[in-house]
Design a protein around this ligand. Sequence first.
Ligand SMILES: O=C(O)CCC(=O)C(=O)O
Ligand SMILES: [Fe+2]
Length: 245
Amino acid sequence: MSILLSTWSRNVQSVPANYVFPEDKRPGGDITAPVINHGVSEELMDETINVFKDFFNMPAEDKAMHYSKDGTTGFRHYTSGLGVELGYFGDELSKLHELAAHHYPPYPDPSLLLGFGGHTDTNLLTLLQQNMYGLQIFKDGQWLGVEPIPHAFVINICDQLEVISNGKLKSARHRVVMNTNVARTSLATFISPSLESIIEHERALVSASEPQLFKSFRFKEYRDTYIANLREPKGASPAQEAYKL
Ligand SMILES: O=C(O)CCC(=O)C(=O)O
Ligand SMILES: [Fe+2]
């Protein structure tokens, strides 16, 4: 059985010093939202976090039993909104399902670092479950907090949906800020096309007045471009920039 979870952080009790950004890259002061008076009872939050902890302590085989066989339900909304047929995003376009669990310990001065720097997701759609404040999205020139709603998923539109919709849906730029006193756990389920899928705009969404915005590409190629740009990101979504017409 392959190792499904990263183990490097098992013995890490606090944020390593080298996570603090150099001065010119720091997110700055006013980024933490209050984590009190948010209406979620402590009991419920404790129960929720314990479910996550129990889940990740389970053997991989047992965890696999909880995965849904149909990860495409969320696409119903987008197919009707875009005027494409139900099932358009089925099969190859949503074949790959990956789960990432993130744990963000508290940090005394959240203005010095970020839990996760600003980025867009390379996949098609992300389903995010968060137990605590920390997620922010970039909208109209500013970072806005996304307050957690218990048992709700935050659905992020990602790069491939922007390409397929020919820019009608925008890939959500987001980041994670740290909290002063509380740790945060989040679960992100990434729904992606199969690596060999050819990604291109839906033809009905391109016209003389709405020209094609992106070249077509193989999804694997896109991922490779993304990985190659990780160290020196240029632009808001470096991989997407590479395929702009
Ligand atoms: O922890 C979060 O809320 C977001 C994580 C994230 O953006 C990602 O895994 O791509
Ligand atoms: Fe993300």
